[in-house]
Design a binder for this molecule. Sequence first.
Ligand code: AP5
Length: 191
Amino acid sequence: MFNLILFGPPGSGKGTQSEKLIAKYGLKHLSTGDLLRSEIAAQTPLGIEAKSFMDKGQLVPDEVVIGMISSALDSNPDAKGFLFDGFPRTEAQAEALDKLLKLKKTAIHLMLAMDVSEAELIKRLLGRGKTSGRSDDTNEEVIKARIAEYHKKTTAVADYYMKFDKVKHIKGEGTVDEIFAAISKEIEGKI
Ligand code: AP5
């Protein structure tokens, strides 16, 4: 089993690169953002609660996303590995994920952290907001709040995995294919 975290600020390209990675390596893609947006579309109580945080650019409470990931791991017993996209986003989520994977006698093997400048992130997200229908992409203040949450709560997750020597940095600017080639190179050495 090979378990990968694709890490980076909002708009760094996690979703874009995930699509290519799952096609190449056959990993099961677990995006907490996508799971939350499905709950919102289905208007479940969880989705209604999550939307109030997401629309402000704030993180959804840990117990909500940890519960979703726990169910997703249980629902995919035959996966050859997982690609975590947008999770973990706090140290508490990272610790919970380690425990869940340990119960399944596996672990995180690699975290790839994509580095992109703030100006480029804002440009990409405002650009996507014109067509995506994502309410958190249309307002620059909300985009800035998401980036601020990342600095306040999420960068600590990279420090957490750094202690276990599991982090590699990737230059997240350039063409999608150039970035994918750099990511694939790091994975080839570990998978
Ligand atoms: P989530 O859905 O995870 O969104 P995000 O982290 O804000 O990331 P994005 O999907 O916006 O960006 P991305 O890095 O995937 O980039 P993408 O490939 O899409 O989270 C949304 C919200 O849900 C959070 O704010 C929070 O409220 C909640 N949430 C989710 N997970 C949570 C958790 N674990 N805990 C608590 N709350 C949670 O690309 C972005 C754009 O850039 C696209 O238009 C793309 O085409 C373009 N692009 C990509 N690569 C390039 C490139 N190389 N050059 C030019 N453009 C590019």
